[in-house]
Design a protein around this ligand. Structure first.
Ligand code: ADP
Ligand code: ZN
Ligand code: ZN
Length: 728
């Protein structure tokens, strides 16, 4: 008797919100696909592109019930490397998220479609000697061919340039190549002359030495450097070292941090163009960046959160700049921390990772304090400039003009008289956060959210900043018909007006999402600032990040008081980070800087500590409080988020979920409503699980999430688990 032939089974990740892999039979008569390769499979009535995770020898389902793969779009070649697959697998286990959705976050959008393929590397075209001769004989040509020949002869060497010459450039060019008049070769990355950087100071050198010593092994370094201390120089020198040894590197930056200036700085110093990628690029450009990174033609990849999973052969160093930045946390769908996964990736590869910041998150601060990360401090500004001095302006009983105290106005005036620049920071765009009726107290609120509508005066709109709901500004009160509507509070648009009236001769540049909508607008504005003419800058946190404006000598922080009363235990930490980052824009060059903090609470303990003793002392104090309260990073959390149009369904589901959480050492809080309960018409409630031990928590979560799937109440709501949540 013959032994039954065991049939191999492909375990496939599919883009569906289910926490499982799906079994398929391979295509008949075709070579076996490798793990990491794409497959096109039937899924109910649909066809989906999936990724083979493993080739198994058996299935929990009867073989005859399994469908077969329809097609291997890449002929069974892997598009994801074993390294990436391993990391993704860790992610879906850790974040309790559907494997297919996790895997898709590592695929460029084009490869999520069966028709999308990995583009070949770009090529350049040049004339052969035959082609050059042919160019001298203008007679007897096909017109389009001759135009192409001439263009190539004049230096148009790439596809985009030739596309502009003739609409039929592709077939015509093929003919020219056939006749041996034109040849092509793979375009090498542009090489420029690298330029030398400054001599590092002692602190910088120590940081470079420490990180260099750990090349080739996993190690986490916190590069804790005050604003302007030359962290970027440290990155550059490390990169030079890694790249000259033939290694490659990945630099992750916050969303707003990725500016053309930053890229140019790296390009100029290193002498080649880095691959740049972020989610704002077109699908085609993201595909090209992915393919270039994967081919190893780029030694350095710079990108935002979405670059975390890029395939990079011989990756030897990961740098995460501004590690505390909130944009590193993915806030919907597959919710992950870019920082934590980057550390995991480095651990898997056995390479060092550098976390740079002037204001470490308490998580990182704690990891450095307990010695898990090495801690490299840069305490001096690299240019020799002194740290800015703080002035706390007690707003109680101050004369105010549109949100700015008269004392602050005077200081702004003096700064401008000296020919310097002043930066006015307010983290609220629009004209006024509320519009209300002075007669009856009516105010404009969003129909779909528990939020006020922000008055955008210039565009004559009321706008919800949470769901983008908009309405026209009513001429009279919709409630009592009085002609008594007025704004309450200030936004950047109003500051612009107030300052414009106070300093009519001074150019004023506003930086917020309303003014910096178009691509390149931020660069245009910041180039203007860098020209150095005396001017006023008004803006939101967009202005807080990393920019080097040498002529800014005064920063006015208009209002951060909300954070002092927030129910969010991270509010103070974030406020401190924001304050230090904004303040760091002041006095970065030859003129000393000042920062004015407007507040109604000048005696607040944490504020005073931050101002007197600096961020490290501030963070240490917050740590003591967190430890005493058993809050992260001294405990571990997972948040079960749920929302629906019907509030009772949400609460009902969370109560069931609570009932079936395994008994043990976890603390359960809730169900409780989100800080903004209703958003886009849906009620949002949470259940928070907290435990002292991470491993224990994760074991419970695994069982729990399985149980949640089977609850009938779960089908009537939207729900997701957020591991290590950052906002509530
Ligand atoms: P950070 O990234 O910490 O904000 P940068 O690396 O941008 O700081 O440096 C701030 C400024 O100091 C830049 O203009 C930079 O060219 C300059 N700089 C950095 N390191 C040195 C150094 N060792 N000597 C002189 N200037 C330096
Ligand atoms: Zn009214
Ligand atoms: Zn809304």
């Amino acid at each position: 008797m013959q032994a039954p032939i065991s049939q191999p089974v492909l375990r496939v990740a599919l883009p569906v919100p289910l926490r499982q892999l799906f079994d398929y039979l391979p295509c008949v008569n075709q070579p076996f696909p490798l793990p990491g390769s794409r497959v096109l499979v039937p899924f109910g009535p649909r066809k989906l592109v999936g990724i083979v995770i493993e080739v198994a020898s058996e299935s929990a389902y009867p073989m005859e019930k399994l469908a077969a793969v329809e097609k291997y779009p890449d002929e069974g070649q892997a598009v994801l490397s074993p390294e990436t697959l391993g990391l993704l697998q860790w992610c879906w286990n850790y974040y309790k998220h559907a494997p297919g959705e996790v895997v898709y976050s590592a695929l460029p959008p084009r490869l999520r479609k069966a028709g999308g393929t990995i583009p070949p590397p770009p090529v350049v075209y040049y004339l052969t000697s035959g082609g050059n001769q042919r160019l001298l004989q203008p007679a007897g040509h096909i017109k389009a061919q001759f135009r192409l020949l001439r263009a190539i002869g004049e230096g148009a060497s790439t596809a985009p340039l030739l596309r502009a010459v003739s609409s039929s450039w592709k077939p015509q060019l093929a003919r020219l190549i056939e006749q041996d008049w034109v040849q092509s070769e793979t375009q090498s990355c542009a090489r420029l002359d690298p330029s030398a950087g400054p001599m590092l100071n002692k602190e910088q050198q120590a940081a470079v030495d420490a990180a260099s010593a750990s090349l080739g092994e996993f190690h986490c370094h916190l590069l804790d450097g005050v604003t302007g201390s030359g962290k970027t120089e440290v990155y550059l020198q490390l990169l030079e070292r890694v790249l000259s040894g033939g290694g490659r590197a990945l630099l992750l930056v916050p969303e707003i941090g990725l500016t053309p200036q930053l890229v140019k700085r790296f390009e100029k110093r290193l002498g080649f163009e880095p691959v740049v990628t972020h989610s704002g690029l077109s699908e085609g450009m993201r595909m090209q960046a992915w393919a270039t990174a994967r081919s190893g033609r780029a030694s350095l990849v710079i990108g935002t959160r979405s670059a975390l999973f890029l395939p990079i052969p011989d990756l030897k160093l990961i740098i995460l700049d501004e590690e505390h930045d909130a944009s590193f946390k993915q806030q919907d769908g597959f919710r992950y921390s870019t920082r934590d996964v980057a550390v995991k990736r480095a651990a898997g590869l056995g390479i060092p990772v550098i976390l740079g910041t002037a204001t470490p998150s308490l998580e990182t601060f704690n990891n450095a304090s307990c010695g898990r990360y090495s801690w490299n401090r840069l305490r001096q500004r690299a240019t020799g400039a002194a740290a800015p001095t703080w002035r706390v302006l007690d707003l109680r009983q101050q004369n105010m003009r549109g949100g700015i105290a008269v004392t602050a106005m005077t200081a702004i005036g003096e700064t401008l008289e000296q020919g310097h620049q002043a930066l006015i920071f307010l983290n609220r765009r629009g004209y006024a956060p509320v519009i209300l009726c002075h007669q009856c107290g009516w105010y404009a609120s969003c129909r779909r959210c528990d939020a006020n509508l922000t008055w955008h005066r210039a565009s004559k709109r009321l706008l919800c900043h949470h769901c983008d709901n908009t309405a026209r500004v009513p001429a009279i009160c919709p409630h009592c018909s009085a002609d008594a509507l007025q704004g309450a509070g200030e936004g950047t648009e109003q500051l612009e007006q107030v300052l414009g009236n106070a300093f009519p001769q001074t150019p004023l540049l506003r930086f917020d999402r309303d003014t910096v909508r178009r691509k390149g607008e931020f660069e245009r504005l910041s180039d203007q600032v860098k020209e150095g003419q005396s001017c006023l800058l008004v803006g939101t946190q967009m202005l807080a990040k990393g920019h080097h404006f040498p002529k800014v000598t005064l920063v006015v922080i208009v209002n951060l008081d909300q954070a002092l009363h927030s129910a969010d235990f991270r509010a103070l930490e974030r406020m401190g980070q924001l304050m230090v980052q904004v303040a760091g824009r002041s006095g970065r060059d030859q003129f000393p800087g000042e920062v004015i903090l407007q507040t109604h609470y000048p005696e607040h303990e944490s504020l005073l500590n931050l101002l007197r003793s600096g961020y490290e002392s501030f963070a240490a104090e917050l740590s003591v409080e967190r430890r005493a309260a058993c809050l992260p990073p001294f405990s571990h959390q997972a948040l079960l988020r749920s929302d629906a149009h019907d509030k009772d369904e949400v609460i009902g589901f969370l109560n069931r979920a609570r009932d079936c959480f395994p008994a043990g050492e976890a603390l359960l809080y809730g169900p409780f409503p989100a800080m903004m309960e209703r958003r886009s018409g849906r009620f949002r409630w949470y259940l928070l699980v907290q435990a002292a031990e991470r491993r224990w928590l994760h074991r419970q979560l695994d069982d729990w999430v399985e149980k949640l799937r089977t609850l009938p109440a779960a089908r009537r709501v939207r729900w997701a688990v957020d591991v290590d949540p950052q906002d509530y």
